[in-house]
Write a protein that binds this ligand. Structure first.
Ligand SMILES: Cc1cc2nc3c(=O)[nH]c(=O)nc-3n(C[C@H](O)[C@H](O)[C@H](O)COP(=O)(O)O)c2cc1C
Length: 212
């Protein structure tokens, strides 16, 4: 970074606090934070950064959480993409939500599995036609020669499926089932709140606070 400024602007975190908002179950707590982020019109509250690990090396990208289930967080993607193949060989994934307008972040760590094909069908069938065609046309994460190549594939599948577009077998949902969830609330003077949930056994969570 150039210029005379040594540091990015400091801002004090004043927008929220945790008291009274605690829950005994992280998905319930997440659900109320997510609702608050949506009500406050945080930008893209359902955007999450997911990190996968291949041979010890992490890689990250944004996906949209499309279903919030009691068991975990569902997103949709190409099962043969870079993230898809990484998940198949190593299901341990972390996810991060950041809601600037609420000065909150939520960190999730857990394991990912494919969702029931019926759920993927339901979601796919409700998508706009152009996105459905795109799921066939794009071999996500593979090298292509040019933009034209992609557009030709779109034209090909437009013709192939003039009416209903079936869900491609390589496209569907993954669910991240949490084993660790940390709720971070920005507070004054960098004395932020960090409340963690660590899974012990089914529906039994160790809940503790850690230093900011
Ligand atoms: C705001 C935003 C939302 C996105 N949502 C999705 C999504 O829901 N599913 C998806 O496969 N890719 C989504 N992407 C694209 C991914 O970030 C990524 O480029 C793509 O999935 C390929 O990643 P991979 O090569 O690591 O598999 C989104 C990107 C952005 C910026």
């Amino acid at each position: 970074m150039g210029g005379g400024k040594k540091h990015i602007d400091r801002s004090d975190f004043l927008k929220g606090r945790l008291e009274g908002a605690l829950s005994d179950e992280p998905m319930k707590m997440f659900s109320s934070w997510y609702q608050e982020a949506s009500e406050k019109n945080c930008a893209d509250p359902h955007a999450m950064i997911i990190s996968t690990v291949d041979d010890g090396k992490p890689s990250s990208r944004i996906v949209y959480m499309r279903n919030l289930m009691e068991e975990g967080f569902v997103f949709y993607t190409n099962y043969e993409s870079r993230k898809g193949t990484q998940i198949m060989s190593n299901p341990h994934v972390s996810a991060l939500f950041y809601w600037d307008c609420a000065e909150r972040q939520v960190r999730v760590e857990g394991k990912v599995e494919k969702v029931d094909p019926q759920l993927s069908d339901d979601y796919f069938n409700g998508r706009p036609r152009i996105s459905q065609i795109g799921a066939w046309a794009s071999n996500q994460s593979s090298r292509i020669e040019s933009r034209e190549e992609l557009e030709e594939r779109v034209a090909h599948f437009e013709k192939k499926f003039p009416d209903i577009v079936p869900r491609p077998p390589h496209w569907g949902g993954f669910i991240l089932i949490p084993e660790y969830v940390e709720f971070w609330q920005g507070r004054l003077g960098r004395l932020h709140d960090r409340i963690c949930f660590e899974k012990k056994e089914k529906n039994n969570w160790d809940i503790f606070r850690i230093a900011p």
